[in-house]
Design a protein around this ligand. Structure first.
Ligand code: GLP
Length: 247
């Protein structure tokens, strides 16, 4: 059980490598269940998947589950992950809309929404391949430092560093929701395969700690060291603080 690490020369190559792994899986298993992430990091991957679709790849049998969504934010809000997924991916691919799943952050009953989200993942047979980004504090999904490794989908509080980092997507910092619905650490570890993407120097400390530091709930991404099939695809800047030599 050790992390596979691929270092790409730049963001474009990182995105292409990730798209290659997804398309390889879909060629073997057209009905695969994909776990999707949001944020700036996977935008290049999604552009690449749109290119592959335009070049003929069929996504009609794919099912998707997103990692997380802000709590108490309308689906139409430009910073909601519902809006993001439609804008950057779903409108361009031929995945049937009833095969795409995102936690409902506008729900009036978050506990029930979290239970039913886990049930939907189980009913789909689990997630074959989960895409992850990483927060500068090492969060995955919206699982902030201190989240128990046994957590499943739940209503979570965002760390001040995450609110600060994500305020660029909102008009004012005060507009950033303080809570989100997020798949938990156990939900992520249950995925059969994982690809974590990271680019840029702001991620270098979190990546070094996740890969070479102790496995600790204080650095949520460090749990991935225990996953049997996890690949990190990094650009050179995000990989810059890894101390062991890598090929
Ligand atoms: C958000 C998301 C994470 C994402 C992280 C990093 O907090 N919930 O899933 O990985 O931001 O975002 P970015 O890719 O924009 O750096």
């Amino acid at each position: 059980m050790s992390l596979r690490i691929k270092i790409a020369k730049d963001y474009a190559e990182m995105s292409k490598l990730a798209a290659d792994l997804i398309i390889d899986l879909l060629n073997k298993k057209p009905t695969a269940v994909l776990g999707l992430a949001t944020g700036s990091t996977p935008l290049g991957l999604y552009e690449e998947l749109v290119r592959r679709h335009r070049a003929g790849h069929d996504f009609s049998q794919v099912t998707t589950f997103n990692l997380d969504e802000y709590y108490n934010l309308d689906h139409e809000h430009p910073a909601s992950y519902h809006h993001y997924m439609h804008e950057h991916l779903f409108q361009y691919l031929n995945i049937p809309s009833d095969h795409t799943n995102i936690p409902d952050g506008a729900t009036s009953d978050p506990a029930e929404e979290c239970r039913s989200y886990e049930a939907k993942i189980a009913a789909a047979g689990g997630i074959d391949l989960q895409i992850l980004g990483i927060g500068i504090n090492g969060h995955i999904g919206f699982n902030e430092p201190g989240t128990p490794f046994g957590s499943t989908t739940s209503l979570v509080n965002l760390a001040p560093a995450t609110i600060e980092a994500n305020s660029r997507f909102f008009e004012r910092k005060d507009d950033v929701p303080q809570q989100a619905l997020s798949m938990g650490i156990r939900s992520i570890m249950n995925c059969r395969g994982i690809i974590l993407l990271a680019n840029g120097e702001s991620k270098a400390n979190a990546i070094a700690a996740a890969v070479e530091g102790p496995v600790t709930e204080e650095l949520p991404a460090s749990v991935l060291q225990l996953h049997p099939d996890c690949t990190l695809i990094l650009d050179r800047k995000a990989a810059a603080k890894l101390t062991h030599s890598r090929c």
